[in-house]
Design a protein around this ligand. Structure first.
Ligand SMILES: C[S@@+](CC[C@H](N)C(=O)[O-])C[C@H]1O[C@@H](n2cnc3c(N)ncnc32)[C@H](O)[C@@H]1O
Length: 277
């Protein structure tokens, strides 16, 4: 699988994308809109990705403030390519967040992907939460009096049929009431953990601890998606790799992974991260 983009390189050797292989992970530097074409149809089991949200994040090179229609049309073209490379029983986990002042963007993006996929699950990723008087996770300071802290993002689970079998218990949780195990004939002390995922960021004191990237997700997020999809030795793809969290998860789980990133510094960061794991 790791050779797939090399085959494209052989065909267009003058414009060969720069790439690095670290064990079973391949990081490719370049524009996913064109590079996805080098991946064979129906060859990927799980895509876990988080495209730019078009909310003005300060990336090193990518401009995150495009006219809305151009942004959505661009993602539409990438959705077509993701659908092409995904197996018939593959899963796409699409993480998109929004802001208080632009609450529709995640849903607009979901609507674009809806033209090519069925939404099988809709997960809410809770990044920080208050329960009673206690708080867990990081609360970004907000100014103004209109809004509350925005603590969650969406992870849309898209499949081609809407009927892809998952391994719910791979990310399950122990029963609270252990009598339920025998009472309901469960084979083990695991039940479905539901579709709200509390995955806080680790507390960090410097940007380097966030791998110098302004919008990474915790490795636990792609790890949970890959485990939920539940296949043996899946091929994992992230066309918007950023600082490499999806490949870090694929590496941890022993899967083959391919990541595409347009910014050379972020691509190199991903490679360094994989090498130092
Ligand atoms: C939301 S971030 C992904 C963060 C990643 N999930 C992580 O944990 O580090 C989106 C990334 O997409 C990259 N990007 C933007 N346009 C791209 C394109 N056409 N092809 C590949 N990567 C692109 C940006 O440079 C940015 O690093």
């Amino acid at each position: 699988m790791l050779q797939v983009l090399d085959r494209t390189r052989d065909r267009v050797s003058k414009n060969a994308p720069q790439s690095w292989t670290v064990g079973k992970q391949k990081v490719v530097l370049g524009d996913c809109e064109t590079l996805l074409a080098g991946i064979p149809a129906g060859s990927v089991d799980v895509v876990v990705t988080s495209p730019p949200y078009n909310i003005g994040v300060t990336y090193r090179s990518y401009d995150d403030r495009k006219p809305r229609q151009a942004y959505l049309q661009w993602l539409g073209r990438i959705a077509v390519e993701i659908s092409r490379v995904l197996k018939h029983d593959g899963s796409l986990f699409l993480n998109v967040g929004s802001t208080n002042s632009d609450p529709w963007v995640a849903m607009d993006v979901a609507n674009v992907f809806r033209e090519h996929f069925t939404m099988q699950n809709n997960f809410t990723w809770v990044k920080s939460i208050s329960i009673g008087n206690d708080s867990v996770g990081h609360f970004k300071p907000i100014s103004g009096k209109r809004f509350l802290n925005h603590n969650h993002e969406s992870v849309f689970h898209f499949t081609k049929s809407g009927c892809v079998e998952l391994d719910r218990l791979a990310i399950g949780v122990p029963f609270k009431d252990k009598t339920n195990i025998a009472r309901w004939g469960h084979e083990r002390d695991k039940r479905c953990g539901g579709n709200v995922w509390f995955i806080p960021y680790r507390t960090v004191r410097s940007k380097s601890q966030k791998f110098g990237h302004p919008a990474g997700f915790p490795v636990e997020l792609p790890e949970r998606c890959i485990r939920l999809h539940g296949r043996q030795n899946p091929v994992v793809l992230d066309p918007f790799l950023g600082a490499g969290s999806t490949l870090a998860a694929a590496q941890k789980l022993g899967c083959d992974g391919i990541g595409i990133e347009i910014d050379p510094v972020y691509a190199q960061t991903s490679v360094d991260r994989l090498r130092s794991a």
